[in-house]
Design a protein around this ligand. Structure first.
Ligand code: FE2
Length: 296
């Protein structure tokens, strides 16, 4: 069977994506998602938000992670759950702005449960990229649609994704697609090049239904972080151990993004039983490009 390299994976002349990823801990691939794919994901996210009835809800905060210790969060591993921005509600508990401008994100299984997100997440070019980066059996574990709302989009403090999604040995790769232009003004990602080489500093786990950490967060400065300002359609690939963050969005522009985290699913790699994310049905690996038939 003939296997074609996707043209986007070759990048600029001479760019060795795997070597660059291993050296820097991240990659920026502009134009990975087509304008049609971006529009389809944004349209579908709008429909899901429209259908969402905000009764059971939760606030997402990277500063106060106690607030994530609830069933609605833990059960989102197997559903599409909505989390509000920290500043979404007024003192009386009412939304300060419209629902679609108040939600921080939804997660964590749209890549499996929703047909539009599923088709994009499992497209041949995604599987091929992960194999190019060394994964033998790419296994998507979670996805998030992140709104980074105008005016109130919360900051995401410096972290490593492998803190939250642990395999032994570590294997997480984060895929983050800009669905709108991401700029310093509206809260683009920032990454610390090479920081993945120091390994994973801290781990979150669940003990008797409570989210805990094995150590306190490390204090460190923000020297050396580089802004990843990218146009809509760009993919940012993040090594599970690379430090990254984003500032709050005080601009009038939202910064929508779709992210998915994929682990190595081959035999011998263990998904830790005390990870917060536990699927009720086994996750499905991405099929090899030759078996997908979806094209680019
Ligand atoms: Fe992250």
């Amino acid at each position: 069977m003939r296997r074609m390299a996707h043209p986007r994976l070759r990048g600029p002349e001479g760019r060795d994506l795997r070597a660059e990823f291993e050296r820097e801990g991240y990659l920026v691939l502009e134009g990975f998602a087509s304008a049609e794919e971006v529009a389809a994901l944004r349209r579908r996210a709008g429909e899901l938000v429209e259908a969402f009835e905000p009764e059971a809800h939760s606030v997402f905060s990277t500063k106060n992670q106690e607030s994530t210790s609830n069933d609605y969060f833990l059960e989102s591993a197997n559903g599409i759950h909505f989390f509000f921005e920290e500043e979404a509600h007024d003192g009386a508990g009412r939304l300060k702005q419209a629902k679609h401008l108040s939600i921080n994100k939804f997660g964590h299984a749209a890549h499996d449960l929703d047909p539009v997100f599923r088709r994009f997440s499992r497209s041949a070019k995604v599987a091929e990229l992960l194999r190019t980066l060394g994964q033998e059996r790419p296994l998507p574990m979670q996805s998030m649609y992140i709104f980074k709302q105008p005016g109130i989009g919360g900051e995401v403090v410096p972290h490593q994704d492998s803190t939250f999604l642990r395999t032994d040995p570590p294997s997480v790769i984060g895929l983050w697609w800009a669905l709108e232009d991401a700029t310093k003004e509206n809260g683009c990602l920032w990454a610390l090049p090479g920081s993945h080489k120091a390994g994973v500093a801290r781990r979150m786990y669940v003990d008797q239904g409570k989210v805990k950490f094995d150590r306190e967060p490390q204090e460190h400065g923000l020297e050396g972080y580089v802004p990843l300002e990218v146009p809509a359609g760009a993919l940012v690939v993040l090594h599970g151990a690379v430090l990254h963050m984003s500032y709050e969005n005080r601009s009038s522009q939202s910064r929508h993004a779709y992210s998915m985290h994929v682990i190595e699913g081959k035999e011998g790699v263990l998904w830790r039983p005390d990870n917060w994310l536990q699927r009720s049905v086994p996750p499905e690996p991405l099929l090899p490009s030759s078996a997908e038939g979806l094209g680019g």
